[in-house]
Design a protein around this ligand. Sequence first.
Ligand code: NAP
Length: 291
Amino acid sequence: MGEKLAGKPVVQSLRENILSRVEKLKENNVTPTLLLIRVGAREDDLSYERSILKNCDLLKIKCNVLELPVTVTMEELTCVFEKANRDQDIHGIMIFRPLPDHIDPEVVRNLIDPEKDIDCMSPINLEKVFEGRSTGFAPCTPKAVIELLNYYEIPLNGANVVVAGRSLVVGKPLAMLLLDENASVTICHSRTKDMPSVTQKADIVVAAIGRAKFMGKEYFSEDSFVVDVGINDDGNGKICGDVHYDEVIENVKALTPPTGGVGLITTTILLQHVVQACEKATNVKKFVTSV
Ligand code: NAP
């Protein structure tokens, strides 16, 4: 029976660090503040919003929610970003995606100030991830995977890692973060021939394909460490991963659970980024006042 790689202890350890940083900021009369922009009221967005608000409460981070109608125009959205970018009391901005069809996501990605782009929407932050520069904000889910692997002391230096999935949100940036940790990375996708023969040989496999319980025990070896990023509906209204948990946990070294794994860590990383953005902005403010 493999070890269950739960997200909760990872979150607890991250929270301790974030809380002490928030306390320090508050001692300097600064409250880290996040602006959430929601267009419409999709259930997925509302559920993520509830989780963010709950975590903000725990971490003493202020969170403002701006709800916009689904009919919002590109011009109105541009004004919202311009105002929020200028507002020195807002340190991080996140807009729930996907956006309605009449809003061009490529234009929106360029509206946000990269210094407040805590969810790595801006191409400037994504470019930094691909250049291996840690001065921006990496996407939260790939960063959550790295935090989990580090927390459980799963060695990355020289490890063979397979990332299944090549999206710009998860697979590709994760591959870059793994390279920064000196792993040798292979990326698989829907055109990969005989994926089990590739994943079986890896020390670590990260599943991010968005296919319910797609990867069974034939994808892994008894020495595999497996991280399941997938969040899917199992067809019976229950959440499941990309990996067939019950079958695979019996046959690998360690595996994340379908709930309470990487997803749990992602929101905490988002808020860690708010604090990071706030610390940076505060230093700039101090520098400007002292000149
Ligand atoms: P996506 O944009 O749909 O990308 C899926 C990727 O998987 C694509 O690269 C696709 O290949 C590949 N793929 C699809 N079917 C495959 C197959 N049968 N064999 C091999 N590769 C296959 O999805 P995403 O946004 O990256 O999300 C992936 C999963 O992670 C989803 O379940 C999503 O809900 C979840 N997710 C979780 C979090 C979290 O915090 N835990 C955050 C974001 C997403 P092609 O490129 O060839 O089409």
